[in-house]
Ligand binder design. Structure first.
Ligand code: NAD
Length: 255
C-alpha cells in the first residue's frame, strides 16, 4: 500500500459503514490521521477499534446540523492540529416519486445529503485553505441524471454536483481542490435490499458494461486518488465510478 497521507489529517463523514468505512480504512492504511464521523456512535467505535488509536478520532455528529459539524471540525483541529482532506460522504436515500415521498423525506434528504456537504465545507474551509487541502464529495450517478422513484435523492445529489462545481470555482484560487465521485450501484447497507433481488440485479448487469456493482473499496480508492497529490491538477470534476454505466446515452442495445 502506498503511503500518500502520512502526516495528513482526513475527515470522513458517514464513516460507520459502506463507502465511508472503506474510505476511512483506505486513508488510515495510507498513513493518515482519520476522523470518523457519523450519526451512529457504536459503528464508529467498532471501526476505530481496528485502526491505530494514535491516528484515529471518533466524532459522533449529525451532518445536517451546522453547530454539530462546527464542533466536530473543531475537535479534529484540537486533536490533530490541522486539516488536509474533507470527505463529505454521509447520505440517506429514501425511495419515492414526488407524490410518494413525504415532506419529511424531502427535508431530511436535502438536509443530510446537500446540507452535510455545505456545512462541512463551511466549517472546514479556513483550515483547508491554511494547508492547501482538498474536498471530495460523494455525489452519485443519481446526481448526473434521473432515476425512477428517487425524487428526493436525485435532487440532493444534483445539488451536490453543482455545489462541488461552485466550490471549485470559489476556492481553487485559494489553493483548495474540490471534486466529487459519482458511484453507481455499490454493495453497502444502503443497497442491501437490492442485492437479493435477482431480477433487479440482472437489469443492472445489462446497464453496466462491466457487468456488476462495485465494492466499497473500489469507490474508496478513487476518493483517495482525488484527495492525493497524484490528482494535483484535477479540480471541479464529477468522476463517475460506475463500471461504464454513464457511457451509454440510454438507448437500448441493438439486435
Ligand atoms: N451504495 C450505492 O449504490 C451508492 C451509489 C452512489 C452514491 N452513494 C452514496 O454513497 C454515500 C455512502 O453511502 P453508502 O452506500 O456507503 O451507504 P451507508 O448507508 O452504508 O452509509 C451512509 C452513512 O451515512 C451515515 N449517515 C446518515 N445520515 C447521517 C447524518 N445525518 N449525519 C451523519 N452521518 C449520517 C450513516 O450512519 C451511514 O454510516 C452516500 O452519500 C450515498 O448516497 C451510494
Amino acid at each position: 500500500m502506498e503511503q500518500r497521507f502520512v502526516d495528513r489529517v482526513v475527515i470522513v463523514t458517514g464513516a460507520g459503514s459502506g463507502i465511508g468505512e472503506a474510505t476511512a480504512r483506505r486513508f488510515s492504511a495510507e498513513g493518515a490521521s482519520v476522523v470518523l464521523v457519523g450519526d451512529q456512535r457504536a459503528k464508529l467505535d467498532a471501526l476505530a477499534e481496528q485502526l491505530p488509536a494514535e491516528r484515529t478520532l471518533v466524532a459522533r455528529c449529525d451532518v445536517s446540523k451546522p453547530r454539530q459539524v462546527e464542533a466536530m471540525v473543531a475537535s479534529a483541529i484540537k486533536r490533530f492540529g490541522g486539516l488536509d482532506v474533507l470527505v463529505s460522504n454521509a447520505g440517506v436515500a429514501p425511495e419515492g416519486s414526488v407524490v410518494e415521498a413525504s415532506v419529511d423525506d424531502w427535508e431530511r434528504t436535502l438536509a443530510v445529503n446537500a446540507g452535510g456537504v455545505f456545512h462541512g465545507a463551511r466549517a472546514a474551509m479556513p483550515h483547508l485553505i491554511e494547508r492547501g487541502g482538498s474536498i471530495v464529495n460523494t455525489a452519485s450517478v443519481s446526481g448526473l441524471g434521473g432515476d425512477w422513484s428517487l425524487a428526493c435523492y436525485n435532487a440532493s445529489k444534483g445539488a451536490i454536483v453543482n455545489l462541488t462545481r461552485s466550490m471549485a470555482l470559489d476556492f481553487g484560487p485559494r489553493g483548495v481542490r474540490v471534486n466529487a465521485v459519482c458511484p453507481s450501484l455499490t454493495f453497502t447497507p444502503m443497497t442491501a435490499d437490492m442485492k437479493g433481488n435477482r431480477k433487479l440485479m440482472a437489469k443492472f448487469k445489462e446497464r453496466i458494461p462491466l457487468g456488476r456493482g462495485a465494492e466499497p473499496s473500489e469507490i474508496a480508492a478513487v476518493i483517495a486518488f482525488l484527495a492525493s497529490d497524484d490528482a494535483s491538477f484535477v479540480h471541479g470534476v464529477m468522476l463517475p465510478v460506475d463500471g461504464g454505466l454513464t457511457a451509454s446515452n440510454g438507448q437500448p442495445p441493438m439486435g
